[in-house]
Design a protein around this ligand. Sequence first.
Ligand code: FPP
Length: 253
Amino acid sequence: MNSISSSSDSLAVPTVSELKKNKIPFHVAIIMDGNGRWALKRNLPRISGHRKGVIVLKNIVITCKELGIKYLTVYSFSSENWQRPRIEVKNLMVLFLDSIKRELEDLNKNGVRLKLIGQRETIPAKILKTFEYSEQKTKNNKELFLNIAFNYGSRQEIIDAVKKLYIAARNNFINIDNIDVKTFSKFLYTEDFPDPDLLIRTSGESRISNFMLWQIAYTELYFTKTLWPDFSKKHFLKAIYNFQRRSRRFGKL
Ligand code: FPP
């Protein structure tokens, strides 16, 4: 069975040098939750929490590079998030566009490759154009793969994969009898990414919220009460340290 941890907030904080170099997760996925509550606690507008969230994300990207983590996938906007109040959606879109435009040069210089995972067909044109421009600009980078889940819903991702697979089979590009886990995975938005080794969710909620349901079959789960805007390098190192103490068996003995 997959080992599922609840919050591990009581663990001591390790330094980078205390982490085992040979047990660094290859792919970390994060549900960055709690921005709104962080702002509310300070009597600030919700967007302040999201703005602080972008700064935190930047720090985590830097730490991933420092540790040699190769893939970082973050849940930035779900397909359900469009149902939030119009003003929050509008503010978030402005924040996404501004942040990507502002950080692109720096990300590129640091060898970060950006990729959008989500249903592209239903993303407003202006936003999709910015994402696709940044994907194009960073396409040769190999230091860190930063996957931004935007307009993302895992059930829809699986349905979209089934539809693509059906078309491929109908056109004889694929033989139904040969479909296995590996072939099916290639039809997902994540295509040929490795599955996440570790999934972190901040803010004390212990659920997956329609995120990477297929990909996390054997992923180690880590929940922390820390709200995303407060999530520092120390919190991240603690999560990695906790991951390194797990015994991963992938269903075997
Ligand atoms: C969840 O907190 C957070 C979001 C819906 C947005 C997360 C986005 C960022 C941190 C910005 C990322 C930026 C780029 C460029 C990828 P919540 O609003 O659900 O918080 P709450 O549960 O406390 O209300």
